[in-house]
Design a protein around this ligand. Structure first.
Ligand SMILES: [Zn+2]
Ligand SMILES: [Zn+2]
Ligand SMILES: [Zn+2]
Length: 470
């Protein structure tokens, strides 16, 4: 048992002095000879074998092995009580304990902080004790005999995963974003299938760097814009049909000449902030140009849906990495896959706004930028695309999906969301109100004599807008 910081320092590899990280994936921060001497066991070899057997079905993912194991501890609260942690617990695609079948924990229940996945006496105050005092395992109460328990894997999904020898066939590829996918999904039947012809429709690419060409980037941008517009039309039709005036009231900051801004309609709230953050328009109350999407530049890949462009790019890179798209230009297949992913992400992100729309509109409050980024990350669809390596061959692309959202849950949210401007009389009143954007108010003040009343109006409008600024 290595317990004192003195022993830790002995194990420490001086060559890695600069990094001071005793990480577990490659054990690069350790001195291999000392490790062997202390443990009487070749931990480095053992680790390598374990990791490679877990990652066997993912061989073709051009990722480094450490990216499949998050840098902070992910553990089973029952296993850890007996001092047990496994590489399977740490594996990104495993979301519940293969032995106890309970959800894994990734933050300290006491202080909600993450615990680094390192051998370090800096992150714990005492063994199995978070700095906040929370005990992951109480070693003073535990019976040492209990620690010798055999963690039998009872989860069939995990057993199936470990039994997979690579993908079904040499040419099949699976495409997904690891954080939103779990091992059980690999046993689900495809929900959607689309067929793509091969051969003559597909251009052989002569220019090696076509994927970086301006023409290709323009194509990707335009596809993304069309894809967003389709989702935008769907959202408006389904959720905003009876709220046109609510939408204009919020977007144009309409109110009576005197008095406060009218109550915000939660549907308008969800829609306006969804679109504003997704497209990253300058102000939520600026009318978006007829083009409805923002500027375009071609420094890198640019998307209309700027908020999620890193997620789309990541996805696109993986697709290129798994196929011979670098040799063959199968635009239809490429667009279909990327657009399916993008539309689900955009729509999930709208549902995230619906979830907070009631409170946000009542309290005139928006999440901060960090929370917005978390909302976007949580919107990444639970989807696995199954396709072939060779895009020049005719093929079927399958989508395996796990509904990230419970339909009943969404209906409940909508049921509780009341539009404050339902009656015809209120709608008529809203139609007769004027727009009070900060710019228009300050222009008015500039042109006309500045009375005390004007000044307080300016303060009021500025405060209102700042409460809704992300
Ligand atoms: Zn467990
Ligand atoms: Zn804690
Ligand atoms: Zn409304």
């Amino acid at each position: 048992m290595i317990s004192s910081s003195f022993s830790l320092k002995c194990l420490y590899n001086n060559l890695f002095n600069l990094f001071k990280r005793r990480e577990f994936v490659h054990l690069s921060g350790f001195d291999p000879a000392k490790l062997l001497e202390y443990l009487e066991f070749d931990l480095i070899r053992h680790n390598r074998c374990t990791i490679s057997s877990i990652l066997k079905p993912l061989e073709y993912f051009s990722k480094h092995s450490h990216t499949w194991f998050p840098p902070s501890l992910k553990w089973c609260s029952e296993c850890v009580k007996k001092g047990y942690h496994s590489w399977l617990h740490q594996f990104l695609l495993v979301k519940c304990c293969p032995t106890h079948q309970i959800d894994l924990v990734s933050a300290c229940p006491g202080c909600l902080n993450q615990i680094p996945f390192l051998l370090s006496d800096n992150s714990f105050s005492d063994p199995f004790t978070c700095k906040c005092g929370y005990k992951l395992s109480d070693i003073t109460l535990a019976q040492w005999s209990e620690w010798n328990f055999h963690a039998k894997i009872v989860d069939d999904n995990v057993l199936n995963w470990l039994a997979r020898r690579g993908v079904e066939t040499e040419t099949d590829r699976l495409l997904f974003i690891s954080r939103s996918v779990s091992v059980d999904m690999f046993n689900l039947k495809p929900a959607i299938t689309s067929r793509f012809p091969g051969g003559e429709h597909i251009k052989k690419i002569t220019k090696r760097d076509y994927s970086l060409s301006k023409k290709f980037k323009e194509h990707v941008y335009d596809e993304n814009k069309q894809c967003f517009r389709a989702i935008d039309r769907f959202v408006r039709k389904k959720y905003l049909a009876n709220h046109h005036i609510c939408l204009h009231t919020l977007q144009q900051l309409r109110k009576e000449k005197e008095g406060a801004f009218p109550q915000i309609c939660p549907y308008a709230f969800a829609y306006v902030f969804w679109k504003h953050t997704l497209l990253q328009t300058d102000h939520f109350h600026t009318a978006i140009r007829a083009d409805e999407t923002n500027r375009r530049t071609y420094d890198g890949f640019e998307f209309a849906t700027q908020l999620i462009q890193n997620h789309i790019n990541d996805f696109k890179e993986k697709l290129f990495g798994h196929t011979n798209l670098y040799e063959f230009d199968n635009r239809r297949l490429f667009d279909w896959i990327v657009n399916r992913f993008t539309s689900d992400l955009c729509l999930n992100y709208f549902y995230k706004w619906l979830e907070i729309a009631k409170d946000g509109s009542e309290q005139i409050r928006v999440p901060d930028w960090n929370q917005v980024l978390i909302m976007a990350t949580k919107s990444i669809p639970n989807m696995i695309f199954k396709h072939k390596f060779n895009v020049n061959e005719p093929q079927e692309v399958h989508i395996i999906k796990k509904e990230s959202r419970n339909i009943v849950e969404l209906e409940k949210i909508i049921y509780n969301m009341q539009c404050p401007h339902k009656s015809k009389r209120v709608k008529k009143e809203l139609r007769n109100m004027n727009s009070f954007t900060p710019q228009s108010v300050s222009m008015r003040n500039f042109e006309e004599p500045n009375t005390e009343q004007d000044k307080s109006l300016q303060v009021y409008v500025d405060q209102y807008v700042s409460r809704l600024t992300i």
